[in-house]
Design a protein around this ligand. Structure first.
Ligand code: KG4
Ligand code: ZN
Length: 335
């Protein structure tokens, strides 16, 4: 049962063919990094225009690589949000038109649910319940996942997402965009203890806050213009990782859950992966890690989550609209 997944939530144009929600047949991602890097961040209008140019060729390539044609597709799953509204609009309109013309069921998928479902594309799949940290350029949240469609938000960022902080600090250090991978590799040459940046909100519940940390880096750069970039990168990364690991472990402990899934672009970070595995291991908690191409935005994750919606008969109507703000699951206070 083949599902065509489409994601245009941010600055990657992605299409994928997934069989039975778990097996990736093809996955194409057309990155816009070259377009946005000269601005040090995403320019939403340029992102939507590029999606418009690239979406058809990307879908075509995903079908071609899978050896499939549209008549072989059982459902079209599209990311409805959250994300940049202009970018989402391109994907949703395209998916609606294709579904209408070819008479294929249309499925709406939340981008965050997609990130969570990336873990079902792996050979070793996590059993329910598990705790997941979804950490990317737009989101930083901890969920308890009790089953398909049963998500409880345990914590979230109150300001910047962790990936956003990586990107902004990389911009301050003039490293390039997106900043996460640059900081990740530069940190290897630095001393994480040379500069002790604050660990925001570390002992205060499960919510995150990263905007103060970014300001602390800026203040340090102004005060110590000769400080080594490597040490700044390593010190900043260590602070982010400490907070992410600490709160995710606290969430798992709180629910007595022995499985943690890392998802989203920042979960490609070397130190986060090592730190989480080490701390979780000490508490007999298993950490599920994804390969880098399933951490960052892709459409296989949308097709996977879409398959499970399809199985439940959750078909979208043709009046489906994209949503820039689309929370996932219930906040802990509502259960
Ligand atoms: O999941 P994603 O592709 O898009 C969103 O949904 O936001 O995540 C992109 C984010 C960017 O902020 C990027 O800098 C960050 O993930 N990122 C990393 C690494 N690789 C990507 N951050 C830290 N270390 C990395 N290795
Ligand atoms: Zn994402």
């Amino acid at each position: 049962m083949l599902v065509l997944g489409i994601d245009t939530s941010c600055d990657d144009t992605a299409a994928s063919i997934v069989d039975k929600g778990t097996s990736v047949i093809s996955s194409i991602v057309s990155s816009q990094n070259e377009i946005h890097s000269k601005y040090g961040g995403i320019v939403p209008e340029l992102a939507s225009r590029r999606h418009l140019e690239m979406l058809w060729p990307v879908v075509d390539e995903a079908l071609y690589k899978a050896g499939a044609v549209l008549d072989d597709i059982s459902a079209i799953a599209v990311c409805q949000g959250p994300g940049l509204i202009g970018s989402l609009l391109v994907g949703v309109c395209f998916a609606k038109s294709l579904a209408y013309v070819k008479n294929i069921p249309l499925i709406a998928v939340n981008h965050l649910e997609g990130h969570i479902f990336s873990s079902f594309l792996q050979k070793e799949k996590p059993e329910f319940p598990f705790v997941t940290l979804v950490v990317s350029g737009g989101h930083t949240s901890i969920y308890e996942v009790r089953g398909f469609g049963k998500y409880i938000e345990m914590g979230r960022t109150l300001d910047d997402a962790a990936g956003e902080a990586f990107d902004k600090v990389a911009k301050l250090l003039q490293l390039g965009y997106p900043g996460g991978p640059f900081i990740d590799s530069l940190s290897e040459e630095g001393d994480p203890k040379a500069i002790l940046f604050p660990r925001p909100n570390i002992n205060k519940g499960l919510d995150f806050s990263f905007s103060g940390l970014k300001t602390a880096v800026l203040t340090h750069i102004k005060k110590e213009p000769l400080a080594k970039k490597q040490d700044i990168a390593a010190g900043f990364q260590a602070a982010v990782v400490d907070v992410l690991v600490d709160k995710t472990i606290a969430a798992a402990r709180n629910r007595n859950i022995k499985r943690i899934v890392l998802a989203g672009g920042v979960s490609a970070n070397r130190e986060l992966r090592q730190g989480m595995e080490k701390r979780a291991g000490n508490e007999d908690i298993k950490t599920y890690l994804l390969p880098a191409d399933l951490c960052t935005d892709n459409a296989a994750m949308i097709a996977s989550a879409g398959f499970f919606h399809f199985k439940e008969g959750d078909i979208a109507k043709f009046n489906l609209n994209p949503k820039a703000y689309l929370p996932l699951g219930l906040p802990a206070s509502d259960i």
